[in-house]
Design a protein around this ligand. Structure first.
Ligand code: ZN
Length: 453
């Protein structure tokens, strides 16, 4: 009898705590859905700064924008954290394909970090392969001096499109060095794209220093289909011209940080962030303006609601995620040097789409503690807690300080239509989806700050 009573009292305690949590989650969601400023902030970032590759004057402008937005959100303290970053410069570029009688200009983008043709045209026959195995089977004589077209298709059968991206991205990252090893003169790839359109997608690539640094350009899916058909029929020629190159020196840049000081355990820190840099096309709206404005929104909503979190909450706009992660490294290095105690780091870098899940990179017992809230998140459309996803910017915190990581998992169906393209613009982001994502981040941070992890 006594035991039963105790069980009942304990259960009432837990149920009561859950009811309190549920109520506070509702308040946070209401505040953000009704009064959130993240969508307006995204408009300003996209339209007044636009794309902002690391090291560029636009990236410096974005830092000033972030500092101002963080102050307007009501952060107790706002500061800049230095990080020296690489600066890859695109310049002019063009690609002409001769798929019939005449050369025709096609839409193409040089890949980030790549070395162009130094402004001199590179003209050569195109040799098509579908994957690395096919390429490796070719004799060197068929490759030497040619432009290799790596026609690998983004697999459409994965439901979570990041798995398709993970499968295909090696062709963007490594093709030039793989091809140069056998004497190729240049590389064309089919974009890492789910889109049924002709937007080429840029993105980071990497040279193996043992081989010649040959140029690499990406095609949208429509042009890639045309090139595939033309290569099947007969000889195709290509003429590449591009000025892109990596600038010789690093550029001084910054992470932007805004903080709400914790009331009970201020030494315990929760970081929430996205990356401020983008590729040099479109407006960097989904990648990752969305994550930046959602992180600022967490600060704004807590302040507007008068939430006084037990732990310190820090929103961070990281610099240089796309081609170096220097901002993420600098943040973790500083945390380590100051012996900071980070109890959790959260990142939004998968687009401003409807939140569907919470990815967790942490020990099982911590996952279990977050899973206790699973039912509370169902009301907000968040059901998937199965993925081991954190985020690139926060990954050095795990590597260097063993900080548990959470990645917001939005619906992934449209992200790789837009990712790293001219079409990644403000108009592609829906204000409700963006705000709901911010609400889920704020809710989770509230629960961990108040109840621990
Ligand atoms: Zn990103």
């Amino acid at each position: 009898m006594k035991l039963r009573l105790l069980t009942l009292v304990a259960c009432m305690g837990i149920c009561n705590a859950h009811a309190q949590d549920s109520l506070q989650m509702r308040k946070i969601a209401d505040e953000i859905l009704l009064h959130g400023t993240c969508y307006d902030n995204l408009r300003v970032l996209c339209k007044s700064v636009g794309h902002r590759i690391s090291g560029s004057p636009a990236a410096a402008k974005a830092v000033s924008w972030g500092e101002k937005a963080m102050k307007e959100a009501g952060a107790d303290k706002v500061w800049l954290q230095a990080a020296d970053v690489p600066y890859w410069y695109r310049g002019k570029e063009s690609l002409y394909l001769k798929m019939g009688k005449e050369y025709k200009k096609v839409r193409a983008l040089s890949l980030g970090n790549s070395q162009g043709t130094s402004g001199r045209p590179l003209e050569a026959q195109v040799v098509m392969v579908h994957n690395f195995d096919e390429f490796k089977a070719l004799p060197d004589s068929k490759v030497k001096g040619k432009i290799i077209f790596f026609d690998y298709r983004f697999r459409q059968d994965f439901v979570f499109t990041f798995h398709g991206y993970g499968d295909a991205v090696k062709y963007r990252w490594a093709s030039p060095s793989v091809a140069a090893k056998k004497g190729a003169a240049g590389v064309i790839i089919r974009s890492m794209s789910t889109g049924m359109d002709d937007f080429p997608h840029t993105g980071g690539m990497h040279y193996n220093d043992s081989f010649l640094k040959i140029p690499e350009m990406a095609l949208g899916n429509i042009t890639a289909d045309q090139l595939e058909q033309a290569c099947e029929k007969g000889e195709v020629m290509a003429r590449m011209n591009s000025e892109c190159h990596m600038m010789p020196a690093l550029v001084h840049s910054y992470n932007v940080i805004g903080e709400i000081k914790g009331t009970e355990t201020p030494e315990r820190i929760i970081t929430v962030g996205g990356h401020l840099d983008s590729w040099d096309v479109g407006e960097g709206a989904s990648d990752d303006g969305a994550g930046c404005v959602q992180s600022i929104e967490v600060i704004r909503a807590f302040k507007a609601l008068g939430v006084k979190p037990k732990c310190t909450i820090r929103a961070v706009l990281f610099m240089n995620e796309e081609n170096g992660n220097k901002g993420g490294e600098a943040y973790a290095d500083s945390a380590k040097a100051r012996s900071e105690h980070h109890i959790l780091a959260v990142e939004s870098d998968a687009g401003g789409f409807s939140p569907r899940g919470i990815g967790m990179e942490m020990p099982t017992e911590m996952k279990q503690r977050i899973l206790k809230y699973k039912n509370l998140f169902l009301d907000y459309g968040v059901y998937d807690f199965s993925l081991e996803e954190g985020g690139t910017d926060i990954s050095p915190l795990k590597k260097k300080l063993d900080v548990p990581l959470v990645g917001l998992i939005p619906d992934s169906q449209r992200y790789f239509d837009l990712h790293h393209t001219d079409n990644d613009v403000f108009e592609q982001v829906n204000h409700r989806e963006l705000k709901l994502g911010a609400a889920v981040m704020a809710q989770l941070i509230y629960l961990v700050s108040e109840n621990g992890l």
